[in-house]
Structure formats: C-alpha cells, structure tokens
Design a protein around this ligand. Sequence first.
Ligand code: GLA
Length: 365
Amino acid sequence: MKFAALAAALAVSALCLPAATTVKKGDYGKMPDGTPVAIYTLTNGALEARIITYGGILVSMKTPDRKGVAGDIVLGHDDLAGYMGDKGTYFGALIGRYANRIAHGAFTLNGAAYKLAKNNGENALHGGLAGFNSRVWAAREVPGGVELSYTSKDGEEGYPGTLKAVVTYLLTTNSLQLHYTATTDKATVVNLTNHSYWNLRGDGDILNNLLTINSDRYTPVDAGLIPTGELKSVAGTPFDFRKPTAVGARIAQNDPQLQLGHGYDHNWILNKSGKGPELAARVDDPASGRFLEVYTDQPGIQFYTGNFLDGTVKGKGGKPALLHAALCLETQHYPDSPNKPSFPTTELKPGAKYDTTTEFRFGTR
Ligand code: GLA
C-alpha cells in the first residue's frame, strides 16, 4: 500500500474506532469475615474510573482539566477501612434497595405492612443499616467495564422479596455509564442510584460551580426531608436552575426549604420528552474548565450540596471533607414514593424488570 493510502486508512480507523476500554482487576483488601474485595480500573483514553466490589463504590474518577492535566473529581477514602468506617456520607456508593427516604421507615404494599430501620431520625434512608452500599457485590469483567451483582434476601432490611440487582459500569471515551437492572420473586419497591460526590476542580468547595437542572418543579420537604407531596414550580425560587447558575448564588437565602435542607438536599422533577435517557443536569467548573453532564431515564434527581460534611469525615489523603466540598446528583425516583400514591410508582412485580440507565459525560471548555 502506498504511504498516502495507508495514512488515510489509519486516519479513518482512528476516527471510527474510539480507544477501547481496558479493564484491570486488583485486590482491595478483605472484609472482617475474610471475603475479598476487588478493585476494577477502567481506562479509556484520558479517562480512568476505579470501582470496588464493596458497595460498588466509584472510588476515583480521573478526567483531564482544560489544560489536559488529569485529576480525581470524586470524594472518597484511601482504603477499605475508610469506606467501612464511614456510616454517613455514602461516598461514591451504589444505593439500594431504596435510595433516599421512606417516611417513618414504613410502607404498605398490596395490603401488607412493612417496617424498615429508622436510620435517619424518624425515617429510613438509603436502604437501611446495611444497604447495598455496604455489601460486597459479585463482579465480572464485561466489554468496556465491570458488571456487579448483588442478591438481597427476602426480608433483608425489612424489604419484601428476593431482589437480584445487576449494575454495570461502562467507561466510554467521554462518559461513565451505569446500567441498573433488578428482578424480584415478590412485589417490592426499588430505587437504585449512585451517590458520587463530584468536585470538578478536585479541591475546595463547589459554590462557584454553575449548575443547570432540566426541571420546572421540585418536591418540597418537611423537617425530616420527606416530600410533602406538593410538586412546586421552581420559578422565582432559589430552586430555579433552568439557566446555568452558581450553586452558591442563593444557597444562603432566607428560604424555608433551604433552611430545612441546610442547603440544597431536594428532589427535582425532570422535564421529559420521551422514555430514554435525557439531559438532566450539567455542572460547569469555571476554574478547571471541566464540565459534567448527567443523562438519565429516571423521573427525578436529588441535588445535594454536602450539607452534612463538617470535617469530621476524613477523605482521601486524610483531608477533612468540609461543608460543600462536593455536590451529588443522584438520579432516582422521588423520595418516599412507596407512601405517595400520586408519585410515579417504585413497585417492582415478579416477572417485571427494573431497567434504568444513567450516564455521566465529561468534558472541558
Ligand atoms: C442524600 C440525602 C442527604 C444525606 C446524604 C448522605 O443525599 O438526601 O440528606 O443523607 O444522602 O449524607
């Protein structure tokens, strides 16, 4: 082949074949009962995601800044002991069986009453005392990523039905995709999410980040952060992120909802045009030039500004995780849906499949 033709062929193949994701498995220590915990490193071009089988936690996400310098943009701990000892932040974890709150740790489903642990004041939060975030998931490498599986027993943490959950993390040239599926042998409620704490600058606080949320309404809460049931317009409130707005611009306003949340800790109702994943939120960090876009097919997103971080929890390198050190964008069904018949249902019936996708896209500008 002549040089020009060869060069052209190479150029075409470089265009058509994006860098493939490589997957590497390593050891991440052992649980007290000896169960090994593995770490999977996914690399694709300039992106690197590291996931552990304990809690399915995204322990690091490296992306380049506008100068091309790679940095870790999620909060976390240095080792397994750090994650196991942290009962309150849920850094990077997969949350289930029910992400977010269920009022009074109780719900009825098809006439049967179920009781959950009240691990957040009067309410149940993030799947209970030992939710999916603290379980060791089975894992296998799949093309482009890692597939994690966890079977939650009938009655575990008070929830009915044996739930088989499978979550796949896939890394592409510009994104991290999460595919969640679950099946059950008895009617149950399911709400799975990932609880990553994003700091696109990799340091400091997130108050200067510009946030956009594709939402006209949110679900106001009571003092226990349980939705009141109202779907409130964001217009004219500090909850209006329909245009890019600094996270900190209105966070200290004298607004009863911000006071109840100690900042933002609310569920936005996503504007939808179809059933597939759509742009739910975007974060722009002017300092690093990084941006993050969240695509999902879920009906809601919890935007949380790390209001409970007060330095008590030490993160990577022993650095205290301070107030507003990161923000969470937890794609989800609305909190307390099992007790709110007017909200989209979170019931999963035997024979049906829970199947949802969230994608975190990374870039710079
Ligand atoms: C969610 C909740 C917050 C808080 C964090 C974890 O975002 O809505 O209130 O519990 O998880 O600390």
